[in-house]
Structure formats: structure tokens, C-alpha cells
Design a protein around this ligand. Structure first.
Ligand code: GLU
Length: 374
């Protein structure tokens, strides 16, 4: 689809929206703006959304969207025009009862507001339930912005309790300091964890005694990166992934832990805050090393859980307090963690296999009841 750029030229962008499965409900999943977006990746991410919504028992299927672009190099006006035209192109596919987009890498509440406004203008009336992750001022939910990070914290507590360890005092390394990584790191630090390493796209920082994550966040807001945080040593991504720690949190993009670097991982637990950060080969290597992996579809599901709450609140035009949102999030995450853990113990499976098993079973049962039409 064409977009008029600030310099007057017209640039043609490629975008996708994939609906993977709708047996349990309408498609649900984010929109990604990144130079490396592909149709194949979007398909895989849509499939992960189907499984994620099922493992959390949300009445949704799975979908995902993406546009090949580099939002970091685009002006606000260019991003708005790109978003509005992409929305027009996918408008026949999406809908509050068919497929509900949300933010993902490279998109945010502001982008969702443009999607919502464009879709509403096409329909002729306001349609807040067309997207989740909107600004609170136009029907977003309290707690949505922090929800993915908060979900990671809840899972970190659960996995440590399962191992008979205290989360307080645990040593943590976090890859990525965007919406997910920064909130996860801050909440873990508030819970008494020692965050020794953080990386972002520009580089990374290390402190043996632990970083002051709130200060790192302030530094990042001022300078645009964690790099150069006063009192820290610098470290690269490979070094971060190889840090000796209790909890390694990959919260950046996909395929970060792969066949060639997985054997260097020295964490006790990998908490997959990103989608698909571990390749299947790396997964096996981690398993051989007895490293527990809390899989993405469980670990990072806090975002879509609160997306569901946002959708429900919007449809009822009745909005909850932040305490209500967070306590419902906690309830949903605990239930899912227990379902997965129980399956993993009973069937002697990894947590990832158990999460897939729980998810696929629910989808299969739903399909069985619904049957085949006609
Ligand atoms: N993009 C997020 C994810 O991968 C959120 C999706 C949503 O809220 O629909 O889970």
C-alpha cells in the first residue's frame, strides 16, 4: 500500500494480517512494525497467539499483523499515514467480533488510537472494541501498558516457588529494555531481585552488585538507551546471555537463543518475555543442561490477558480500577501456570510441551463440540 512521505515522495509498503484459528473465538494478536517482518514470521506469531489465548483460557483465537518498515526512522506524520492506510487495507478482515489487533514490537497505544479512529471513520460510528492497548482516554484499560511485564513477574514468582526458592534476592539478567523488558526488570527489582545485566539494541550494562533499575529507566528515557549508565560496565548481548544468574529474561525479539549460543547459557530459569526467543535447537540444548524454560505463550501472556479485560470493559462501557485489573490478571496467570505445571509433572514434559498440550487440547475439544459445517 502507498504512503506519502514527508519529502513528497510516495513509498509502497508491504503489510500482512494473518488469522490462524478462530475455533475458540475471534482472532487476537498484535501488529508489528519492524524492518524484518515477513509473512512467514507473522504466520508463526499468529499460531503462537492461538496457543497463548487457549492456554490462558481466553475466548479468542489467534492472529497477527505486521508491516515491513522501520518506525525509528519515520516521522510521526509518516507513521500516522502508514497506520491509517494499513488499517484501510485490513479493515475488511478485522472487526470487534472477528479479529482484534493490539500493540506489538514497534507499535504502541498511539498507533492503536489511529487504527481505532480510522476503522471508526470507515464504519461511521465509534468502535473502541476494534483494538486493545488503546490510550486510557479513549477506552483503554488501566494496567494494560504494564500488563506483559506484570505477567512476567507473576510467572517469575510462581516458577521460583515451584523450585522452592525465594524470588527476593534472585539474580536476574534482562535482554531488551522496551515496554516488556523495562517493566519486567523494574517489577523484579521492586520484588527484591538483583538485576545485574540489561541490554538493548544499542548495547548493554552490567553491575555485579546489581543495577538501580529505576535509575536505569530514567537514564534510558533521557538518552534513548541503557548504554553509558553511570557506574556500570558495558557488556554485549552474547555476554548477557551467558551471565550466571537465577533468571534470564529474553525480552527483545525472536530467535535470540539459538544453536550456537544456547550452550553458553548459565541461568537456572529462562523466562521467555519475548515471543519465540528460543529456537527449537536451543530449546533442546537448554533442556539437556537442566535449564527450566517458562515458555513465551505462558510467560508473556499478561498483555493479551489485560487486552481481553480491555475488550470486555469496552463492550460493557464499564471500567475497572487498576486493583481489579491486576487481581484478575493474577488469578488468570496463576490458573494457567498451575494447569501447565500439573500437565508437565503428570506427563513428564517440558513446560513448553505442557503449555502446547493444554492449549491444543482445549482447541480440539472446542472443535469437537462445534463439528464441521454443513
Ligand atoms: N502483542 C502481544 C502479544 O504478543 C499482545 C497481543 C494482544 O494483546 O492481543 O501477546
Amino acid at each position: 500500500f502507498p504512503v506519502r512521505m514527508d519529502d513528497g515522495t510516495v513509498k509502497v509498503f508491504h503489510g500482512f494480517r494473518v488469522q490462524h484459528n478462530s475455533v475458540r473465538g475471534p482472532g487476537k494478536g498484535g501488529i508489528r512494525y519492524h524492518p524484518e517482518v515477513t509473512l512467514d514470521e507473522t504466520r508463526a506469531l499468529a499460531a503462537l497467539m492461538t496457543l497463548k489465548c487457549s492456554v490462558l483460557n481466553l475466548p479468542y483465537g489467534g492472529a497477527k499483523g505486521g508491516v515491513i518498515c522501520d518506525p525509528a526512522t519515520m516521522s510521526l506524520g509518516e507513521l500516522e499515514r502508514l497506520t491509517r492506510r494499513y488499517t484501510v487495507e485490513i479493515a475488511p478482515l478485522i472487526g470487534p467480533d472477528t479479529d482484534i489487533p493490539a500493540p506489538d514490537i514497534g507499535t504502541n497505544a498511539r498507533v492503536m488510537a489511529w487504527v481505532m479512529d480510522t476503522y471508526s471513520k470507515l464504519k461511521g460510528y465509534g468502535c473502541p472494541a476494534i483494538v486493545t492497548g488503546k490510550p486510557i482516554e479513549i477506552g483503554g484499560s488501566k494496567g494494560r501498558l504494564e500488563a506483559t511485564g506484570r505477567g512476567c513477574l507473576i510467572n517469575a514468582r510462581s516458577i521460583m516457588a515451584h523450585l522452592g526458592k525465594e524470588l527476593k534476592g534472585s539474580v536476574v539478567a534482562v535482554q531488551g529494555f522496551g515496554n516488556v523488558g523495562s517493566v519486567t526488570a523494574r517489577l523484579l527489582a521492586r520484588d527484591g531481585c538483583k538485576v545485574i545485566g540489561i541490554t538493548d539494541v544499542f548495547g548493554g550494562i552490567y553491575s555485579e552488585g546489581g543495577l538501580d533499575v529505576e535509575e536505569v529507566n530514567r537514564h534510558c528515557q533521557q538518552t534513548g538507551s541503557v548504554v553509558g549508565f553511570p557506574g556500570s560496565q558495558s557488556l554485549n548481548n552474547a555476554e548477557l546471555l551467558a551471565l550466571k544468574c537465577d533468571l534470564l529474561v529474553p525480552a527483545a525479539s525472536g530467535n535470540q537463543i539459538h544453536a550456537t549460543n544456547a550452550s553458553a547459557v548459565k541461568a537456572s530459569v529462562v523466562l521467555e518475555a519475548a515471543n519465540a526467543p528460543t529456537t527449537p535447537e536451543a530449546d533442546e540444548i537448554l533442556r539437556d543442561k537442566n535449564i527450566l524454560v517458562v515458555p513465551d505463550i505462558l510467560a508473556n501472556s499478561g498483555g493479551v490477558v489485560v487486552s481481553y479485560f480491555e475488550w470486555v470493559q469496552g463492550r460493557q462501557s464499564f471500567f475497572w480500577t487498576e486493583e481489579e485489573v491486576n487481581s484478575q490478571l493474577e488469578r488468570a496467570m496463576h490458573a494457567a501456570f498451575q494447569d501447565v505445571l500439573q500437565t508437565s509433572v503428570q506427563r513428564n514434559m517440558s513446560l513448553r510441551e505442557a503449555a502446547y498440550s493444554v492449549a491444543v487440547q482445549r482447541i480440539a475439544t472446542a472443535l469437537d463440540f462445534r463439528g464441521i459445517f454443513p
